[in-house]
Design a protein around this ligand. Sequence first.
Ligand code: LLP
Length: 416
Amino acid sequence: MSLQTAKKIHAAVAEAGSNVATLVAKYGTPFYLYSAEVIRQQYRTLRAALAAEGLAARTHIYYAVKANDRLGILRVLGMLGAGADLVSIGEHHRATRANIAPTKQVFSGVGKSRAELMEALQNKIGQINVESLPELHMIADCAQALGMVARVTVRLNPDTRAGGHAYISTGSAEHKFGLSPRSAAAAIAEAQASPHLEAVGVAIHIGSQIVDIAPFAAAFARVNSFLAEIGFDPNVIDLGGGFAIDYTAGEPIFNLADYAKTVKTAFGARRATLFLEPGRFLVAHAGVLVFQTLIEKQAAHIRWVIGDMAMNDLLRPALYQAQHRLSVLSTLKGEASTANIAGPVCESTDRLEGQYALPPCPEGTLLALHDVGAYGSVMSMAYNARRLPPEVLLDGTSVHTLRRAITAQDFLAFED
Ligand code: LLP
């Protein structure tokens, strides 16, 4: 059951044997509400697109845990067969706790500490995606100390411009991510010569919220020319994530069929196993953030609706000027007019991007922000001594608490 409109949210909650008012009474607002079924649908849609090009058997999906690392979400994906793409050892702990085997985990990231690398090797994480020559040397040191051989891929920076916002673009030459072709070639040569490293392949990740296929095609071509230049026939080619979702209408906007065709055209003739690392695509549509209004006020010509959801519950609008669709879950009377929506935090950026047409909103009007399943709760913080919102998963006919609220009182317990 999708969560794309107010009606569908109510229906999904009803199917799970509850109703929105009951959830509000139990959890308080704001809270994150997810649908396991939407995640499964997204996963299956992606697998079907790969299967249509005959790529199913040789392509593995490593879910980018950073998009949403709640154990209950990881379990849904793990059960579907997904591995995990990690950016910290903490994410490794979470993925492992959710029963995703370390051998099905890939450790990416531009700044891994020696302690993290030691633990990654000791715990037999399947692959480390290397982002610099110094990191390669650290991995070799750690592997030597442990008497092991580390399986590494080298993340090539393909110098491709892509991504929905400058802050989530990662594949240009001047970005901190990956190695230039020259350094990547040196890294592969060093790994091949080292008794403690096994160069299993190459990796790329060019950005996030990428709508067009062209940047992928360009990056894939760069991977192939790089492999030809250095005469390397890899076992693994990790293509990263970055598939866009539609924040304006919730429609499919990323052409998976074209993407799969492009992958096949670029790598069909190679023997390498292909890894994908989607995050947003799998989980964004699965989540809504339910909150309620506190007051309305007028400031000069602006109508402000102040809700109990703030930038620290959902940072994307303040950080990337990201717009999320809104549904009204309560029944409202009166004519809609343009409103700006803001939260209680003492920052002018604590407001939703754009404007919304809303009828008068009496105190306690329930609203839901859409497409917050990815990079929502994981980026939340307790600024202004606010609680971290609770999270709830609808799965068929049941409602699970994924994580209870972490309150200001809970935080007090960590301080003297
Ligand atoms: N692989 C690597 C190495 C990554 O760095 C990322 C995301 C992914 C995979 C997954 O990308 P996705 O499929 O989700 O686009 N907080 C931002 C997005 C940051 C993405 C960082 N890296 C946002 O809210 O839009």
